[in-house]
Design a protein around this ligand. Sequence first.
Ligand SMILES: Nc1ncnc2c1ncn2[C@@H]1O[C@H](COP(=O)(O)OP(=O)(O)OP(=O)(O)O)[C@@H](O)[C@H]1O
Ligand SMILES: [Mg+2]
Length: 210
Amino acid sequence: MTKIITIAQQKGGSGKTTLAANLAVSFSLNRKLKTTILDADPQGSLGKWFIQRESKLKDKNLIKMKTSSLWGVQYESNSLKDKTDMIIIDTPPKIDADGRPAIQIADLILIPVSPSQVDFWATESIIDLAQREKKKILVVINRANAKSRLLNEAKQFISKMKVDQSNTIIGNRQIFISSMGLGLSAIEKQKSGKGSTEISSLASEVLSLL
Ligand SMILES: Nc1ncnc2c1ncn2[C@@H]1O[C@H](COP(=O)(O)OP(=O)(O)OP(=O)(O)O)[C@@H](O)[C@H]1O
Ligand SMILES: [Mg+2]
């Protein structure tokens, strides 16, 4: 049965698109799962990454892509059901009631949080939205600097919100920036790098919740 993951966070730049792309590659390459990314962000960053990827990898690109408005994600997802194992929905920042269809259709809401107070503030409302829809939630700390005091603050903040946080913490790594620009993922660009290990481990945690 098709599983749907919606990546959401009110705060712009928390890493939604980066995680969508990297998880999609991990699912399709490492787990041999048919994976479709659904770009519901009018900025179209994930779609641009995909187009870059197609022209680079040609038929070696195993991922499929669709675009959709936020309100159209349920229709698009339903039309993909049983044609793909995984659907990863990337959403725009500042979603509110208009983001509800993307939350409702999901089996899991993945919420990236950067270790910064501004991200913590933004996270409460997206958790609230997902909880009201009684959805499984996984918060993942992204762009972490292991030495920063803010990393502990982020962990404490998530604990206080009483939602699951991943054991995997995604570091602040150049590989995530450079690989995206090429239409690739950390796994493909630096197979045995730390970024690649982090993504594989996050992918395992996500799959174990579905
Ligand atoms: N773990 C990371 N390490 C280093 N840079 C990162 C990491 N995750 C994301 N970035 C960079 O941070 C910026 C924002 O990331 P991204 O576009 O994935 O966030 P977003 O939540 O999708 O943003 P938006 O809300 O605008 O859609 C990008 O330049 C991206 O390359
Ligand atoms: Mg984005």
